[in-house]
Design a protein around this ligand. Sequence first.
Ligand code: TUI
Length: 314
Amino acid sequence: MIRTALCDLLDIEYPIIQGGMAWVATGELVAAVSEAGGLGVIGSGAAPPDWLREQLHKTRKLTNKPFGVNVMLLSPYLAEIMAILLAEPVAVVTTGAGNPGKYVTALREVGTKVIPVVSSVALAKRLVRSGVDAFIAEGMESGGHIGELTTMALVPQVVDAVDIPVIAAGGIYDGRGLVAALALGAVGIQMGTRFMCAEECTIPMRVKEFVIRAKDRDTTISGTTTGHPVRCLRNKLTRKFDEMEKSGTPPEEIDDLGVGSLRLAMVEGDIENGTVMAGQVCGMVKKVQPSREIIMDIMNSAESTLSRLNNQVV
Ligand code: TUI
């Protein structure tokens, strides 16, 4: 089986991180992924502090393996979320949607590995100085809040710019994606979209079915004009976003349309009026599967991809 530096860094069996998706990655999914040998990551998003506390306790009840928390740096509860993570430390904190620089030292002092998600070389270079443990370089194939570069272009540029481990994210679904990430110089992968359809993921079945129905071109990017681009599945809400962006509606008004819409989709199951964040690999997601099966499928298909490549290269 493929083993990389990420397995040693995080004390996990397989170099696979489950993306910390807001309102999606709850204790049940996180514990299942970590129990299966990957790294499960709670998505704290913009959820209130009590929600995170509850998920931490649930996860700890279900697994003794390492797991992480994703901190969304635009959260209105950021200070309280950080306070919880210092009081009840987890193995790994990943961050998104901003620069976590000022929190790095405190987190590392309580024994937490800090792995920011970056979408540019500039941010990675700035953050290396604050002493982070690794980076997740996330391309714009991903669901949710995205940058401008594709995974194929971003990952090798971040790998060349820093001398700490880099994990690839965005557009990865199976062992072909894992091997491609390793070829680009990454030590592992982070995947979100495929784990939305994990059996242990608690989002409504209607949302999973929407992802399964989606084909390669069924995502769109909302909020390009507001400076907060988000990739999600096309629906009634994204058509409304498109109209507002075309008609020159003020950016604040467009951003307001998104407030609460992720929860509406992922918790309430409203796939027409909510934001169903998902990546471009949605076209490959065909069924609901246990997390363990997803992870073993990735590892087995990575092995067969490697032997296919070995036989092709003469
Ligand atoms: O964070 C994500 N994806 C997300 S977060 C999210 S929840 C949300 N809620 C309200 C508004 C926006 C998002 C849904 N999906 N991915 C990681 C990621 N981080 N991609 C890009 C970035 C990023 C962007 C800017 C990281 C740093 C950054 O830095 C700006 C700076 O300070 O230089």
